[in-house]
Design a protein around this ligand. Structure first.
Ligand code: UD1
Length: 421
């Protein structure tokens, strides 16, 4: 397994381009299953999860053509298998996103149940209950969800909890259903909206985008000749690099971003003492060489503070001035990075879903192990500011969600390199 070795102590400075959003690319690639015409999706990030999605679609008979600019043409005219096998789902839970479109367009789907996960139980009961309500027949057998429907029927769905992939699966199911579907308590994440815009570009009729109530009038078929759709920028990648700059007391400018999707994160960085300047598609952060101040954070669905930025802010609080309290409300077990940070000298106390961080003047480099995607990123951030060398193991988690992380950090002056296995 590859590892990253980071020698801490450099203030980051420079400019950086942000990639397309992983969490928009995955549902949008799955939504291409709904199109009668080939469709081209642009600004696809260079990530393992994208490779997995391509494998997933490829084994169904979908033809995928990728060019050097990471535009992917998806052609579903020869699809002959309606399955998401365990081997792929176990490496990427978002594979569940093919359930809605397969069922809506082809009337059948056989999708492995995602198992447990490092950050919590993550069930898919809300996806399944809603599909049942839309008239699907669902059986769970041998670890697989077997779903069938002649044509799904629109209805009113009130989601018990805000779920991002749940809302996306149901949107993709509803666009071809008979009649109108109303999804209440829908997720408002920008990636959900990006998917909705893509579906509308293919001919779907979705209103209420960006709100908690999505109204979908079902249509007979989807697809538009020569459709090209560009994925929105990755707000979590953007936030991660801004924290990297803040933690090292540096100054960076991130480009090709959508600043409005980062309000909660930028507010907290400002509170931590960063000077933030925003342009139409760029953000500049300047710490003026100062140590960040500790901040209190409570994660919750968008537009509140994202759980996917929690670990990175824990790393910042670990070296900040003062005491910061971090409360995780979305996933029950998302503090696996804390023990690793403690091994680097962080003073963090865990009390159920709360981490109380007393900022230390310094951390010391250590061998650490990544347990999930964002936790891995937070260990890299801690390594950037620790004294000496930090060796981050199991970085396949990072490669799932960060496009060329070591190159991007090195470009801004970090001492970081990959050690191939
Ligand atoms: C998505 C994101 C992930 C992010 C998360 C929360 C993708 C590919 N992944 O994950 O990066 O951390 O949103 O913003 O977009 N739940 C249920 N039953 C369900 C579905 C969810 O109880 O049927 C619970 C989950 O266990 C969790 C909460 O709802 O506690 C939110 O999960 P959800 O929004 O579904 O997360 P994902 O869509 O898996």
């Amino acid at each position: 397994m590859d590892k990253l070795i980071i020698t801490g102590g450099t203030q980051l400075s420079g400019e950086l381009r942000i990639a397309g959003a992983k969490n928009a690319a995955l549902p949008i690639l799955a939504a291409a299953l709904l199109s009668e015409e080939p469709v081209t999706i642009g600004n696809i990030p260079h990530l393992h999860d994208i490779t997995t999605t391509m494998q997933l679609l490829g084994q169904m008979g979908v033809r995928l053509t990728i060019d050097e600019k990471m535009n992917i043409e998806v052609d579903c005219c020869e699809i002959n298998k309606f399955e998401a096998p365990y081997e792929l789902v176990k490496t990427m839970r978002a594979s569940i996103l093919v359930l809605g479109p397969l069922l809506a367009r082809y009337g059948q789907a056989c999708v492995s149940l995602p198992g447990g996960c490092a950050i919590g139980t993550r069930p898919v009961d809300i996806h399944l209950d809603a599909l049942l309500k839309m008239g699907a027949e669902i059986k769970v057998e041998g670890g697989y969800i077997h779903a069938k429907a002649s044509r799904l029927k629109g209805c009113k769905l009130v989601l018990e909890k805000v779920t991002v992939t749940g809302t996306e699966n149901l949107l993709m199911a509803a666009v071809l259903a008979e009649g109108t579907t109303i999804i209440e308590n829908a997720a408002k994440e920008p990636e959900v909206s990006d998917l909705a815009h893509f579906l509308n570009a293919m001919g779907a009729k979705i209103t209420g985008i960006d709100t908690g109530v999505l109204v979908i009038e079902g249509v007979e078929k989807l697809g538009k000749k020569d459709l090209y759709y560009k994925i929105l920028p990755d707000r979590i990648e953007t936030g991660t690099y801004l924290v990297a700059a803040a933690i090292t007391r540096g100054k960076i400018k991130v480009k090709d971003v959508r600043p409005a999707t980062l309000d909660a994160v930028l507010d907290k960085l400002t509170e931590a003492g960063a000077e933030i300047t925003i342009g139409e598609d760029w953000i500049e952060l300047d710490m003026h060489g100062r140590r960040p101040k500790a901040v209190n954070i409570r994660t919750a669905p968008y537009p509140a503070f994202p759980t996917d930025m929690q670990a990175q802010f824990t790393a910042m609080n670990a070296v900040a001035d003062g005491v910061g309290v971090i409360t995780e409300t979305v996933f029950e077990n998302r503090f696996m990075h804390v023990q690793e940070m403690q091994r680097m000298g962080a003073n963090i106390q865990l009390e159920s879903n709360t981490a109380i961080c007393t900022g230390q003047k310094k951390l010391t480099g250590a061998p650490v192990m990544a347990t999930d995607l964002r936790a891995s990123a937070s260990l890299v951030l801690a390594g950037l500011v620790a004294e000496g060398d930090t060796l981050v193991d199991r970085i396949y988690h990072i490669d799932r969600g960060y496009d060329h992380i070591e190159e991007k950090l090195a470009q801004m002056g970090a001492t970081i390199r990959r050690i191939p296995r």
